[in-house]
Design a protein around this ligand. Structure first.
Ligand code: TYD
Ligand code: MG
Length: 454
């Protein structure tokens, strides 16, 4: 009997090996190899992907129609895309199951068809039946003449319907459930995801359609699809948030047509997603009580500044191997800041468990919140509350120095609008903005000076 001709592909980095192995020699990921049965090259598959070769063009010869963006009218969404949808583009929306990806795209499509009823929409769902989607649309109050729902997982069938419907916008929900019958692997595997995306891309680029692909990721981001997809598509946005909370944040990760530092904020309600145009007010609890372990910071996301509350809880751990648990902040950053606290403030933290939470579930990647993190930890450790109207903004270095962060003017403007009266920041920022806003700006050089605010 002839032996099956198989190879193994790493679902993380697509490295190939001929024998299965537990750890990828290329990217170091464990258990990431998937079996793929090699097809015998026949005339059909060998020629299928060779398209008409193009010749090099001068810039003046290139039609730049792709600069004309289509606005959806959902501002939070348009902003993350860089001002609207670019014709012929492929946008990947990634997120954990249940976060609201289908809801978001159904709303966006509903808005698009309401804006321009002559532009057909094809919503392909391999996950839910047409009935389920129709039910969601009813809940979202979408009634569109030209809105086609198609429950299908086979790519070849979808391709045929693209030719029939000739959609202006297409949604593929999700990439993990779509399979090409020309590939023998299971749905969601690297080769399937790659093949379907490649085929979809060809359709989009030749027709100038605007398309959205949904990709699931698990908590540890271990699903094969999206990581490979990210390299292939034009734009990658992540929809994140706490499933138990109501807020959702749309965040640009990659954008061939715009910047990636914008976020869109939504609230999940009984009638779908609502835009949150004023996130600062939304994330803050109006009746911020004077309690210990909490402080405020102001982060800048794209063109907006957002106020967030950071909460810390420090409790003793008698074993001396204190745990560090974070939500919304990198764990390593917390460990570093705790080390700074131990070194320069003389706290002994190894017998303490430290929990840190960004209230509202927004993720903070920047270092501008260091000062606020330390203030919250100190406040909980010493059981001294911090004045609720004080805002902390500044990066803390390894020698305990407090560094300036950019875009302070923007934050100060927002602070004065929201009636915050005291900012604790670096000395440099304090001297630069002293007297320019109706805010008391306290500049500190060393993290040790934070003790004065408790
Ligand atoms: P869904 O869009 O199906 O998530 P995903 O496609 O990312 O898996 O929606 C997930 C949750 O949103 C679901 O648990 C129900 C909730 N939801 C609302 O709260 N309000 C609504 O109007 C809709 C449509 C959904
Ligand atoms: Mg879904």
């Amino acid at each position: 009997m002839a032996k099956k001709n198989t190879i193994y592909i790493c679902s993380n980095c697509t490295y190939q090996v001929s024998k299965w192995t537990g750890k990828c020699p290329e990217c170091g990921e464990w258990n990431s190899f998937e079996e793929q049965i090699l097809e015998r090259p026949n005339a059909k598959t060998a020629t299928r992907k060779i398209s008409k070769s193009e010749k090099p063009l001068l810039i003046s010869e290139i039609d730049s129609h792709d600069q004309l963006r289509v606005k959806t009218g959902i501002n939070e969404f348009d902003r993350v895309l860089g001002g609207g949808i670019v014709p012929g583009s492929l946008v990947l929306i990634g997120g954990e199951p249940g976060i609201g990806k289908s809801t978001l795209l159904t709303s966006v499509m509903g808005q698009l068809v309401a804006n321009a009823p002559d532009r057909p929409i094809l919503y392909v769902s391999g996950e839910e039946s047409s009935g389920q989607i129709a039910q969601r649309m009813k809940r979202l109050k979408i009634t569109g003449e030209n809105f086609f729902i198609y429950h299908e997982t086979n790519w070849q069938n979808i391709q045929e319907q693209i030719r029939v419907v000739k959609p202006a916008f297409i949604v593929l929900d999700s990439i993990q459930t779509t399979i090409s019958s020309e590939i023998q692997s299971a749905p969601g595997t690297v080769s399937q995801v790659r093949e379907v995306t490649y085929e979809l891309m060809n359709e989009i680029k030749s027709r100038g359609m605007m398309s959205f692909v949904i990709g699931h990721i698990t908590k540890d981001g271990s699903i094969a699809g999206p990581k490979i997809l990210e390299h292939m598509v034009d734009t990658v946005i992540y929809f994140e948030g706490d499933q138990h909370g109501h807020y959702r944040v749309l965040r640009g990760i990659k954008n061939r047509f715009g910047s990636t530092n914008e976020v869109g904020v939504f609230e999940m309600t009984g009638e779908g997603l609502k835009e949150v145009p004023n996130p600062s007010q939304y994330f803050l609890d109006e009746n911020l009580e004077k309690a210990y372990g909490r402080s405020l910071t102001c982060v800048v996301e794209g063109s907006r500044s957002i106020f967030v509350e950071l909460q810390a809880l420090v409790v003793s751990n008698h074993n001396g191997n204190g745990r560090r648990t974070t939500h919304g902040i990198d764990n390593n950053r917390l460990s570093m800041l705790i080390a700074v606290l131990e070194k320069y403030l003389g706290l002994s933290m190894s017998y303490s468990d430290v929990f840190l939470n960004v209230v509202g579930g927004i993720r903070l990647d920047s270092r501008e919140s260091d000062l606020s993190i330390i203030a919250s930890i100190l406040s909980s450790y010493k059981t001294h509350p911090i004045e609720p109207s004080t805002v902390f903004v500044g990066e803390v270095g390894l020698t305990g120095e407090v560094r300036a962060t950019p875009k302070m003017e923007m934050r100060l403007r927002e602070m004065s609008q929201l009636n915050y009266r005291c900012l604790v920041t670096s000395k440099k920022v304090a001297s630069e903005f002293d007297g320019k806003f109706p805010i008391k700006i306290i500049g500190i050089e060393k993290v040790t000076e934070l003790e004065n605010f408790l």
